[in-house]
Design a protein around this ligand. Structure first.
Ligand code: BTN
Length: 326
């Protein structure tokens, strides 16, 4: 953790109380002039850190825009996810950024956030609406020891992590629509796009891209999304702190990923089933030109949806688009 993040961590742990420059300096093992220079830098980045001659420094407000040190200071010590956090003002797609870092040999766990994406993409070749400063658009690099088939476990687990974090930070009760949509009150608030680089049976790396409509106002949604999408702020009735939510998601992702690596996916899958609105429902799945209708019965050990078709067969579905009928 760099010094800026350490300063933020100390100030945040004081919960708005003040600390003297001398105490801050000795706690962090640096000189007072170094502290003063870093506080000035944090202020330039939009942190509201007033100082009084006797009381010292306190953290009153954080910037409107995402800041890597701010997220790091809220994270704790990640095992993997969030070891390296980068924030971009604008990019084509954060999945592209992570794909490039993967090819450059960067270690797993790196996360790229963007305030806006010019070519954000969703599943099945769709565009992903990513307005500036209104959502969380980010991607994570993983290098799991899994077969390509088993990587569905990652998407399923990521949706569990997302649901947990949204629940904790907003108090809402999100539901998961298979495989990876997060719904609140029946409308979509978030989606996950997992992209894979694999050779035959070996996964080289996985890019997990997550998009969350956090503070999008109703009038901003394009017409094609107005009926089906919503945002956390619309549903919660107030603006949500994106940095807090982002950090919480990374912590939950780190937790579920370590479970997958310890071969404990079963426990995550059980949690998924309790949060999933698809199991038990009649659904129509479209996979390319094929349509399969049936009842969603469960998840299998790899994260595929088990569908009892109209003809009584049990099919395991690993991709495609699901429409819930009832
Ligand atoms: C879906 O539901 O279709 C998946 C949407 C995934 C969107 C995110 S936003 C961050 C990352 N970058 C992208 O281009 N897509 C994912």
């Amino acid at each position: 953790m760099n010094l800026d993040a350490q300063i933020l961590l100390v100030l945040r742990n004081l919960g708005g109380s003040a600390i003297s420059a001398a105490d801050l300096a000795s706690q962090l093992g640096v000189g007072r002039s170094t502290i003063a220079a870093h506080i000035a830098d944090l202020r330039r980045h939009g942190f509201d850190i007033p100082a009084s001659p006797h009381g010292g420094y306190r953290l009153v407000g954080t910037p409107e825009y995402l800041n890597a040190d701010d997220i790091v200071s809220r994270l704790g010590k990640p095992r993997v996810v969030g070891r390296d956090i980068r924030v971009f003002k604008e990019t084509t797609s954060t999945n592209d950024v992570i794909e490039k870092l993967a090819r450059d040999g960067v270690a797993e766990g790196v996360v790229a956030f963007a305030e806006s994406q010019t070519l954000g993409r969703g599943r099945l070749g769709r565009r992903w609406f990513s307005p500036a400063g209104k959502g969380l658009w980010f991607s994570v690099l993983l290098r799991p020891k899994l077969t390509p088939q088993q990587t569905t476990q990652i998407t399923v687990s990521a949706s569990v992590a997302l649901a947990r974090a949204v629940e904790t930070v907003t108090g809402l009760s999100p539901k998961i629509k298979w495989p990876n949509d997060l719904l609140v009150n029946g409308r979509k608030v978030a989606g996950i796009l997992t992209e894979l680089a694999a050779e035959q049976d070996v996964v080289r790396h996985v890019v997990v891209g997550i998009g969350i409509d956090v503070n999008i106002e109703p009038h901003r949604f394009p017409p094609e999304l107005k009926q089906t999408a919503t945002s956390l702020s619309i549903e919660a009735g107030h603006v949500i702190d994106r940095a807090e939510l982002g950090a919480r998601i990374l912590r939950e992702l780190d937790d579920v990923y370590s479970r997958i690596m310890r071969r404990e996916f079963e426990a995550v899958a059980e949690e998924w089933e309790t949060k999933c609105s698809t199991v038990g429902k009649l659904v129509v799945v479209t996979i390319g030109d094929r349509r399969v209708r049936g009842r969603a019965e469960a998840l299998n050990s790899e994260g595929a949806l088990l569908l009892r078709t109209e003809h009584g067969h049990l099919e395991s579905i690993t991709g495609g688009d699901v429409i819930v009928e009832k």
